[in-house]
Write a protein that binds this ligand. Sequence first.
Ligand code: SF4
Ligand code: SF4
Length: 302
Amino acid sequence: MKDSTKMVFRLHGWRVDRALHNYLYFVFYDTYVKGALYLTKGVVALLGRFSPTRHVARFIFDRYHAKVLSRGDLSKILQLEETVDLGPDTTGRIIPFRHANRIVLREPTHLAVMDCPCKLELDDPCQPVASCIAVGRPLVDFWLEHCARYHARRINREEALDIIERHRRSGHVTQAFFKVATGGSMGVICSCCPRCCVSMRATALVQRIKGAEGMSQYAPSGYKVARDPERCRGCGGCAEACHFGAVEVREGRRAYHPERCFGCELCVERCPEGALSLYLPEGGLLPLDLDLVREALAGGAR
Ligand code: SF4
Ligand code: SF4
């Protein structure tokens, strides 16, 4: 057995079912993701009008989901030198899901990229297809040993940041994925759009289920957007950048709906006038900001 396979079994302790799930998930990445999407489509088509179906969706979403990252928070993750291991007691306000809610970044200077399984599912996906980034040595070693068919390769920080920056410039949201299959913790950072990303497509499908209208497979970053009215000239760039319908610009007048905003920061980067900025509102979800995480590690969780 390969060392990285043994690592997977060690990670899950006695839960052989979860270790196998983890193994199969990455070894058959595209087949798994495609199967999950078709299953969701089938369930929504057949059972979507029955309200109890929302419990099935909740069961899955608690175990597999994403946290939207601002550019600054992403940067801090890619600059991380030391291992971070935080359990649900300190992450409840960052990752508001029941089962997959640990921030574990072991030996985080190890990075790898491979083909995104969501993009492999499409005939004409956004480019480049290689956009899933593994952070931390255990997952990187596993990908390098098992995922040659997805062109897994080691990268450095500059290349990781470059891949994500290119995607952000073409309107892709940066997300960290958490799942029970990887020990309940974060492992992969990806660049997502509603057309390619199976997580975003599954969320749109599940929201058609009776009683599941607000359910989402991705958690907001925690930030909201402030606008400087002196600078804004009503060009509409921010509305075009937003995938979540949180901004509308009509006849030069901008309307912002904070309850729909996921704090992805794409509009801030798109604004040609520098009129927008992120802020952290009181009492909402906390961002996956490693400075806050360090505070939590030091015993100062907010
Ligand atoms: S992109 Fe900037 S300048 Fe244009 S409408 Fe939005 S906030 Fe105003
Ligand atoms: S308003 Fe801006 S930060 Fe909020 S979701 Fe839309 S693009 Fe992202």
